[in-house]
Design a protein around this ligand. Structure first.
Ligand SMILES: CC(=O)SCCNC(=O)CCNC(=O)[C@H](O)C(C)(C)COP(=O)(O)OP(=O)(O)OC[C@H]1O[C@@H](n2cnc3c(N)ncnc32)[C@H](O)[C@@H]1OP(=O)(O)O
Ligand SMILES: CC(C)C(=O)C(=O)O
Length: 579
């Protein structure tokens, strides 16, 4: 039993939505195999939900974005409602800002002065969709309009007649008509069909010149499967289906606006209305970015191009003054970021395979764990994918160092290094930037305390036995090291071992060239060497960089010895002159 007071939180106030009884549903077996006809309602439904509706320059900026991403139908406003909306439609037409393949749409109530004003706004448009609506739900009929079913139907019929009649007076425009039984999902289905049929009988569509019947989930009231049943049922029962474009307009009150639209398309809808990133009344309209990208991720052309997602985000944010959530599907700053170690590890491994596959076949199928699509498709970089905090593991840390600094730590060193980054993340309770990771790497392996440096060395190569004589500088003192072994490192390790009188074994060794610094293509590149030594049974890793690979290797060995805490001067048998 909850200890929170129950005063207003009482579910008994609500009743369950009654689904339609449909036992012959076919939509669950369908898949979406092509993009629907898209219509953006950002400039109308999105705009009418803003604290501060868009000003003309914001509307124009958003209109241009909508055109650029590929919308062919754009609801540009409710011109009879306000001067800014009216003026914006006029501006688009008078300044010839509407591309020939784009049709603008305006919304109007079924009231003669508003319809008249809407046609005035559209004067001179090459083509336009006039979108007529009236509310049809029981609540609206009974409580808002206080009218019977027949009286509400009469409003729609009258509205349709006015739209038809005004259109005849402006024959220079190629007209299309759209009707929405607003609050459709709270309307009895037989009545929704009855009222749509009445409007259709006035507009007399043909297969060549269709009418759009838009079926809004004005307020989302049920699970998406129920909406899909309703759409399939309407498709089966509406008159002149072949002359009708069935359009959906879902909202997100239950958080399923996209899902409802998707199932609705499976149920036979042809067209989708929505907004970029889901702005709109209350919890918003369905998000066209998400639905289009869902389609894209199935290998289907969504007919909208979101490759410059950052432009979409910044434009929408600027125009709506609403921030995009960092976890917004496909668009948010964090949606391709992986902080957790096992995710990073899997992404790293899959991306390496993907890179090889793609070198052979640029259209190879994307199969990367945790990344439903390639972030680069939306203009995101791999750097934004792997981010480090206390949840991260060795793979992620290694990935960041490699991407940003060209450091390709061998696996044994990744294992050794990861706890240092982890400790930092835990101490600072924050994300660790790649610069900080590089600093930790440098301090830990490249520049240990009491740094001892190679001054010079001389190598005498014999068949199976090298002799190495090196001078190292420690605490301003030169120390001589002399050793023999199979190869340079073996000889150096044996010399050092003799000097400090401790058993040293070389466990692991790796080296590679580092990439040149940006803009320094002609310079000789540095090498980096990584070593793991066992000193009296305890393992120490270290690394070193140098233009000379032998120097880098010897220095890496010295750094590892220094990390063990040995003071080389104390063991020096031959102290040369102080330098
Ligand atoms: C779900 C949706 O998003 S629908 C679109 C909603 N968008 C908007 O409303 C934004 C723009 N609207 C407006 O600015 C205003 O509503 C205007 C300018 C269009 C009209 O304003 P007003 O005339 O002052 O009245 P208001 O909006 O309050 O209208 C309500 C009246 O219109 C009637 N009405 C409402 N919708 C419709 C409709 N679709 N068709 C016919 N009559 C309607 C109501 O019954 C009410 O009538 P009453 O005055 O006799 O009671
Ligand atoms: C006018 C209609 C389509 C609408 O905006 C809604 O029902 O949400």
């Amino acid at each position: 039993m909850s200890t929170i007071a129950q005063a207003n939180f009482n579910h008994k106030k609500y009743r369950a939505y009654t689904p339609i009884k449909k036992i012959d549903r076919r939509w669950p077996d369908k898949v979406i195999d092509k993009a629907p006809q898209w219509c953006s309602v950002d400039l109308r439904d999105g705009n009418q939900a803003l604290i501060e509706p868009m000003n003309p320059s914001q509307k124009l900026e958003l209109f241009k974005l909508l055109v650029d991403v590929g919308f062919k139908e754009i609801e540009v406003g409710f011109p009879a409602a306000s001067a800014p909306d009216f003026d914006f439609v006029r501006q688009l037409i008078e300044q010839d800002l509407i591309p020939d393949d784009v049709t603008i749409q305006v919304l109007t109530q079924a009231r003669e002065p508003l319809i008249k004003r809407s046609f005035e706004a559209l004067k001179g448009a090459k083509k336009a969709i006039v979108h007529l609506y009236n509310s049809t739900s029981t609540v609206q009929r009974e409580q808002v309009f206080k009218k019977s079913r027949d009286e509400i139907k009469a409003i729609a019929i009258q509205g349709a007649e006015w739209v038809r009649d005004f259109s005849i007076t402006q024959p220079e425009t190629q007209w299309s008509f759209q009707y929405s039984p607003e609050s459709f999902t709270n309307t009895e289905m037989d009545y929704a069909v009855e009222i749509c049929d009445a409007v259709i009988s006035i507009w007399k569509p043909t297969p060549e010149h269709k009418v759009i019947i838009n079926l809004p989930a004005t307020v989302e009231a049920s699970t998406p499967n129920v909406y899909a049943d309703q759409i399939e049922w309407i498709g089966e029962n509406i008159s002149h289906r072949e002359s009708i474009t069935i359009s959906l307009h879902t909202h997100n009150d239950r958080g399923c606006g996209v899902a409802a639209a998707e199932l609705g398309v499976m149920a036979g809808a042809d067209r989708i209305e929505g907004t970029l990133l889901g702005n709109g009344e209350r919890t918003g309209n369905m998000d066209i970015v998400t639905m289009a990208m869902n389609i894209y991720s199935q290998g289907i052309d969504p007919q909208l191009n979101f490759s410059d997602m950052d432009r979409v985000i910044t434009t929408v944010e600027r125009c709506t003054q609403l921030a995009v959530h960092p976890r917004h599907a496909y668009a948010g700053e964090l949606v391709f970021a992986a902080f957790s170690g096992s995710h990073q590890d899997a992404i790293n491994k899959c991306m390496a395979i993907d890179e090889n596959k793609r070198a052979v076949d640029p259209e190879a199928h994307w199969e990367v764990a945790y990344l439903p699509i390639d972030p680069r498709d939306l203009g995101r970089t791999y750097q934004q994918v792997i981010r480090i905090n206390s949840q991260s593991g060795k793979g992620g840390v290694a990935y960041v160092l490699e991407q940003d600094y060209g450091v390709q730590m061998p696996r044994w060193m990744q294992v050794d290094f990861s706890p240092y980054v982890q400790e930092h993340a835990e101490n600072y309770e924050s994300e660790v930037s790649s610069a900080t990771i590089n600093n930790i790497f440098t301090e830990t392996y490249l520049a240990p305390d009491n740094k001892v440096t190679i001054d010079n060395y001389q190598l005498d190569r014999q068949a199976n036995n090298d002799r190495l004589q090196a001078i190292v500088i420690s605490n301003n003192t030169s120390v001589s090291i002399d050793g023999q072994g199979k190869g340079v490192l073996d000889a150096f390790v044996s010399g050092l071992s003799g000097l400090i009188k401790k058993e040293i074994t070389l466990i692991d060794y790796n080296e590679h060239a580092l990439p040149n610094k940006l803009g320094a293509e002609n310079e000789q590149s540095e090498a980096i060497a990584y070593v793991q030594l066992s000193i009296m049974g305890v393992r120490y890793c270290a690394a070193a960089k140098s233009l000379d690979i032998v120097n880098a290797s010897l220095q890496a060995v010295l750094n590892a010895v220094m990390r063990s805490g040995v003071n080389i001067n104390h063991h020096s048998t031959i102290k040369l002159a102080a330098v």
